[in-house]
Design a binder for this molecule. Structure first.
Ligand code: FAD
Length: 397
């Protein structure tokens, strides 16, 4: 039997797509390679652009129960410890953009979406199903799906295929014939620890970004303020093959790399016994709508536009993609799915490209040295609230 819409990948992008489609009255089939959803991924920040969407989707009460809503974003010099600038969040963000800024464990964010999808009852979720090849013709998209445990394959046909299979997207590789993502030369050490395992002076409420030469560290509470998420980005090469890497990290490596940091930051790094390691990959900013898909296949989230995490918007853009895609696929003015997908791609690619480009630039500013760093620090001291705000991003969806 042919499905109308099939989603490959049950991460934040795939789940958000299933939920947005369900809300628009559309049924879908979701294929996820993992046999169970994992806790991997530490914390993420959600800008008001996406908290507003989650509120519209009726998820605000659940979000309030598991997220944290920081009151301030603070930039500190990672070596001197000086506060370079602050921007109010909380009610200030709510007043300006109609929703607060939130920080949340990735597993909690994913759990919110899974609960929403299950409750809506319009998605058939199949776990342990790995899509191994994708082809398409005029009438349909044909997927080969492998069940890793049973070791057998099965064909699935669908009218529309949504590739939400992340940075190493098989859908993208098969359909667009593009190469893999590029290595950025940056490594991310991530950890989440219970607040009560830390001394009081290491438990600030807001989001703190420590800016150092060739590194930066971001910390913020998650899990309703009961856990602290910390991510340290350094320059370096990954140990081995990227796509099947197990993320294990050596805490001593990070302690040595940040040995020169201000004592408040060093104490935090030393207080965390276990880290996990990500080699950051991205693609150059999108150049046109054709990078969002081909024919009956459309890409969302990291499959389409993997980005550096320096604007904290990768998952947010995946959720925005989901919202826009469901809107276009349900718009009766589009006579054919090709028109709906073309309209989606045309709408989304410039915004995704802009966020990708700004993320790269932010990384350069965060890791600046010498005169550029001095200029950055002066600018932040003079105009932090304006420089740390992103109205074009937070306002429109
Ligand atoms: C250090 C770091 C910090 C970050 N901070 C933030 C932040 O603060 N805010 C923010 O918004 N974003 C942040 N991000 C980005 C965010 O995590 C990602 O952009 C987002 O999770 C991408 O979601 P996705 O669903 O597109 O991809 P993924 O989460 O990678 O999901 C892809 C899914 O597809 C499945 N899959 C893959 N291949 C197949 C296949 N062949 N068949 C079936 N299933 C398959 C996978 O198992 C997975 O479940 C950060 C990222 C990093 C690395």
């Amino acid at each position: 039997m042919q499905n109308r819409i099939t989603i490959v990948g049950g991460g934040i992008g795939g789940m958000a797509t299933a939920l947005a489609l369900a809300r628009a009255g559309q049924r879908s089939l979701l294929l996820e390679r993992a046999s169970a959803f994992s806790e991997v991924g530490a914390g993420i920040q959600l800008g008001p652009n996406v908290v507003r969407l989650l509120r519209d989707w009726g998820l605000m009460e659940r979000l309030k129960a598991v997220a944290h809503f920081p009151q301030v974003l603070r930039a500190r010099h990672a070596l001197s410890g000086a506060v370079l600038g602050e921007k109010p969040l909380g009610s200030d963000t709510e007043r300006r953009y109609g929703a607060p800024y939130a920080t949340i464990a990735r597993a909690d964010m994913h759990g919110l979406l899974v609960a929403g999808v299950s409750q809506a009852g319009s998605t058939e979720m199949r776990l342990g199903q790995e899509v191994t090849s994708v082809t398409q013709d005029e009438r349909a998209v044909h997927l080969q799906v492998r069940h890793p445990d049973a070791d057998h394959t099965q064909m699935v046909d669908t009218k529309v295929l949504v590739g939400a299979d992340g940075v190493w997207s098989r859908v993208r590789a098969n359909v667009m014939r593009s190469g893999g993502p590029r290595q950025t030369g940056h490594l991310a050490y991530r950890a989440m620890v219970p607040m009560d395992s830390l001394p009081l002076n290491l438990r600030p409420d807001g989001v703190t970004a420590w800016l150092g030469p060739d590194f930066h560290v971001v910390q913020y509470p998650v899990r309703a303020g009961e856990w602290l998420n910390v991510v340290a980005i350094v320059h370096g090469d990954p140990p081995g093959e990227l796509s099947d890497w197990d993320h294990s990290a050596n805490a001593t490596d990070l302690q040595l790399m940040l040995g020169q940091a201000h004592p408040a930051l060093r104490d935090l790094i030393y207080a965390i016994p276990q880290w996990r390691l990500w080699a950051l990959c991205d693609r150059p900013p999108m150049r046109g709508p054709e990078e969002h898909g081909l024919g009956r296949v459309v890409l969302v989230g990291d499959a389409a536009h993997p980005m550096r995490p320096y604007l904290a918007q990768g998952a947010c853009m995946a959720i925005e993609d989901a919202h826009a895609l469901a809107r276009h696929l349900s718009d009766r003015r589009h006579a054919h799915v090709h028109q709906a997908l073309a309209a989606f791609s045309k709408e989304r690619w410039p915004r995704n490209a802009r966020v990708q480009a700004r993320s790269i630039r932010n990384g350069e500013i965060y890791h600046a040295k010498g005169v550029v760093q001095m200029a950055r620090d002066i600018a932040l001291r003079v105009a932090a609230p304006r420089l740390m705000d992103v109205p074009w991003l937070y306002r429109s969806t």
